[in-house]
Design a protein around this ligand. Structure first.
Ligand SMILES: Nc1ncnc2c1ncn2[C@@H]1O[C@H](COP(=O)(O)OP(=O)(O)OP(=O)(O)O)[C@@H](O)[C@H]1O
Length: 322
């Protein structure tokens, strides 16, 4: 009897080199639990889209072991394809068809019986608040509504894993919030595993069960947003100056006091990563006052996911699995 894997996705030591010699993945490993929202974060060119193309069977890895829903990617690509759906940057909506026609067309691609397809369509239209748009032509929808419809289309086949490549890119805050609600609904009500990529850190923070930070084709950290924050296990001191150049000048002057990898400039602030908050707070305060360096404020700050992302993606020596 085949055992059900607790993991939706397992990738082990995946390498991928394109024909032009670019090494897009360099030994990437990650695990995605069934039913969770998993977010992949990485700078441009980190290899996120390459990984999605591999996991959705469009691209073969050079080497490494990948299983999706317990099925081996090399042996069972067809079976995997039947159980997943992928919403990419290019929408799969046909602008000449109505909303309902688009959904029914999708159901025919998956050979879903008509009555079942109609039931599923009505449920999805209701679940994702699309009813009010039924009377308008699809071509008139805003980008956010088109994206919502695209996701609904991809859910017609009841996929077990839904891949979303930057689902909220370029959206205004209202549309992004509607999209977050939609993703939570997909996880809560349908039990679908959601695998998404994003550049928005606050999105990863508020929405994800697990976040994986990628750099240069490899994971640098994977864990819950909370665990990632704990990973740094460092408080931060934030000193605010009147301008970025004032912050830069002060950091130069303080360079003898703190190790270079403990100091970072962010906008008009200087961030000090510290393991001894009292000692370093006193050192920084005394230095600033003694040298009459003008500053607007000094405070203790918990690192955000942003700070962790910057720290991990800037420091190539850091690696962590949480
Ligand atoms: N078809 C291709 N042929 C050759 N090189 C490619 C191809 N697709 C991607 N690359 C290169 O592989 C590396 C990883 O690209 P990928 O698109 O996977 O990164 P990404 O993290 O998705 O970036 P972005 O956030 O900008 O979409 C980059 O250096 C990119 O230029």
């Amino acid at each position: 009897m085949q055992q059900t894997s607790p993991y939706a996705i397992c990738a082990e030591q995946v390498y991928k080199q394109y024909k032009n010699g670019v090494q897009a993945l360099s030994g990437l490993s990650l695990t995605v639990k069934r039913g969770e929202i998993f977010t992949l974060l990485g700078q441009n060119g980190a290899g996120k889209s390459t990984l999605i193309r591999i996991l959705t069977t469009f691209l073969k890895p050079g080497s490494g072991k990948v299983s999706v829903l317990g099925l081996d990617l090399n042996r069972d690509a067809d079976r995997i394809r039947a159980k997943i759906a992928c919403v990419s940057q290019q929408t799969s909506i046909d602008m000449h068809l109505s909303l309902r026609e688009n959904m029914m067309f999708q159901s025919r691609l998956y050979r879903i019986p008509k009555a079942a397809a109609k039931k599923r369509m009505d449920m999805l239209i209701d679940a994702f608040d699309l009813t009010q748009y039924l009377k308008y032509p699809v071509s008139s929808y805003s980008g956010g509504i088109k994206r919502r419809l695209d996701i609904a289309l991809n859910l017609m086949s009841e996929p077990e894993v839904l891949f979303l490549d930057e689902p909220t890119v370029g959206m205004d805050i209202q549309s992004r919030m509607a999209m977050w609600k939609m993703m939570e609904k997909i996880r809560e009500e349908f039990g679908t595993t959601v695998f998404l990529t994003t550049h928005y850190l606050e999105e990863a923070d508020s929405l994800s069960d697990t976040v994986c930070i990628m750099k240069e084709g490899k994971e640098v950290a994977q864990g819950t947003p909370f665990a990632l924050r704990q990973y740094i296990r460092q408080d931060m001191i934030r000193i605010t100056f009147s301008s970025k150049s004032a912050a830069g000048d002060s950091v130069k002057r303080m360079s003898g006091l703190f190790l270079p990898d403990r100091i970072r400039i962010q906008d008009n602030c200087c961030l000090l990563f510290t393991e001894d908050i009292r000692r370093d707070m006193e050192t920084a305060n005394v230095f600033l006052l003694k040298n009459q360096i003008p500053f607007l404020g000094i405070e203790i700050k918990q690192p955000s996911l942003d700070d962790i992302f910057l720290k991990l993606t800037e420091d190539s020596k850091q690696e962590a699995c949480i």
